[in-house]
Structures are given as structure tokens and as C-alpha cells.
Design a protein around this ligand. Structure first.
Ligand code: ADE
Length: 274
């Protein structure tokens, strides 16, 4: 397969969430085709602190893809095909713990999948590929995110479980109370299958969760609204962008984590992009 020209090669990928549609200075746009169809939008490649970064807006630049219709496979495949090996996934989340209010930054270390019917593997045929997913996130990326957030004055929450619901509706009070009673911290609609698809391509993946609301089961009132989520994210998006600018240069140039070995010893039924 032909390699992308060097101006569109990148080592770090950012999948921007709700409200994070522009990210890089001096960007080059690139339309990437994949065997899984089109990514959410054209990718944007540029530089941050001397590191080559590719950005894809998870929902499209005009937010046309709702969480249950995002082409997660195409987004991850496209990033890898540009050379990306470490991925940061900023996202909006609801809080399931009263102590994490809107504006809190959480770097989760676990997820629970409550989605249904999403394409969640690259390995549908041609032989078994069962990746380990006990620890769904890159421990090196997580440390870098927590450190940069602390340095930036966020008081980040290091760890916690994110439950990913199918959406696009928010949870009922009973669902929300049930999730909270399990001890889970966050609820979101996009964290899965993004994380597992990264693992299936042997990429590092770090979820960076910005709390936009306290979920329905925890507070009185009318429940979560889309307006509330979008408005809270918008009011923190500049700070979040600054945080990503700080995390990117602090990521290692050589990977020492297990993520890159996710497929060691497995006979792959498909050829991965270089
Ligand atoms: N994304 C942001 N807030 C959310 C919530 N309360 N539930 C699910 N996804 C969300």
C-alpha cells in the first residue's frame, strides 16, 4: 500500500469530542478512505510541540454523526494509516458520583460496555483474534494526561469506571442509580467501541473525560439535557484544548507499554495499515 506523503504522516492521534472541532495550528486536511468506509470527517494533520498530530472530529465538523452512528472503525483505521500509534480520546461525560461536578476532569482506568449493535471489531472473519482488554487504556498515556492536567491546575481524577451506553437518549433515573450503585464514576456514549478498536490495532488509547453534567439518577430536577451538555463542554473547551497541547509533547517517542504488543503472536486475518 502507498504511504501517505510526509506532510500527512502523524504519530499521535486525537479524536475530538462534542465541541472540539478545531485543534491544530497550520493544518493540512486529508481525506482518508478505509476498508470500513469513511471516517467521521476529513482528518487534519499538523504539529504540536514538535510532534506530528492527526485530528479527527468524532461527530464530524458539523456534528452530524450521533454517537451510535459514528464510524469508529474507520476513524481508528484512518489514524493508524497515517502512522498514528498513540491516541487521545477527549469526550464529554455525565458524572455518576456527586463529588465529580461539571468541569471535573477524569482519566478513567476502566470501562463497562452497555452499547448494543455497534461494529466493535476489525476481526469478523478469517480466524480468531481475541485481544486482551482487562486494562482498556494505555497506562503511559493515562499518566501523561494526569500529570499534564495537574500541572495545568485541573485537579484531575486519576481512575474510575466509565459506563458507555448506546444512546442517543440519556439514561433513566433508575438506570443511572443502578450504574452509580455499582461504583462506576462516569457515563458516556462514545467510549466504546473506540477503546477496543484502538487495542485491536495495537494503538495506545487514553480517554480524557470532561464532566458536563451530573446524571439523572443523582440529582432532583428534569434530568440531563443536550443543551446543558453542549453548553458546559463549550465553556471548558479552551482549557481542554490547552490540556491536549500539554499532553501531546509529553507522550513518549518510544512506546514501552503493552499496547503495541496487543497482537503479538496472533495470526492476523487482515493486513493492518503501516
Ligand atoms: N455525555 C455527556 N453527559 C452524558 C450523560 N449524562 N449520559 C450519557 N452520555 C453523556
Amino acid at each position: 500500500t502507498a504511504e501517505a506523503p510526509s506532510s500527512t504522516r502523524a504519530e499521535i492521534g486525537v479524536i475530538g469530542g462534542t465541541g472540539l472541532y478545531s485543534f491544530l495550528v497550520d493544518p493540512t486536511e486529508v481525506a482518508v478512505e478505509t476498508p470500513y468506509g469513511e471516517p467521521s470527517d476529513r482528518l487534519v494533520v499538523g504539529e504540536i510541540g514538535g510532534r506530528r498530530v492527526a485530528f479527527v472530529p468524532r461527530h464530524g465538523h458539523d456534528h452530524r454523526h450521533p454517537p451510535h452512528q459514528v464510524n469508529y472503525r474507520a476513524n481508528l483505521w484512518a489514524l493508524r494509516s497515517l502512522g498514528v500509534r498513540q491516541v487521545l480520546g477527549p469526550c464529554a461525560v455525565g458524572s455518576l458520583q456527586p463529588r465529580f461536578g461539571p468541569g471535573s476532569l477524569v482519566v478513567p482506568d476502566q470501562l463497562v460496555d452497555r452499547t448494543i449493535g455497534r461494529a466493535q471489531t476489525f476481526y469478523d472473519a478469517g480466524g480468531p483474534v481475541h485481544v486482551s482488554f482487562a486494562d482498556p487504556y494505555c497506562h503511559v498515556g493515562r499518566s501523561a494526561a494526569v500529570r499534564a492536567a495537574s500541572d495545568g491546575g485541573w485537579e484531575p481524577v486519576d481512575g474510575g469506571t466509565m459506563v458507555v451506553i448506546e444512546g442517543p437518549r440519556f439514561s433513566t433515573r433508575a438506570e443511572s442509580q443502578w450504574y452509580a450503585a455499582q461504583g462506576w464514576s462516569l457515563v458516556n456514549m462514545t467510549g466504546h467501541p473506540e477503546a477496543v478498536l484502538a487495542r485491536e490495532l495495537a494503538l495506545c488509547y487514553t480517554s480524557i473525560a470532561l464532566v458536563t453534567d451530573v446524571d439523572a439518577g443523582l440529582v432532583e430536577g428534569d434530568g440531563v439535557s443536550q443543551d446543558e451538555v453542549f453548553a458546559t463542554f463549550a465553556s471548558h473547551v479552551d482549557r481542554l484544548r490547552d490540556l491536549l497541547y500539554a499532553i501531546v509533547p509529553s507522550l513518549p517517542t518510544e512506546r514501552t507499554c503493552p499496547c503495541g504488543h496487543a497482537l503479538d503472536g496472533v495470526e492476523l486475518p487482515i493486513e493492518l495499515p503501516e
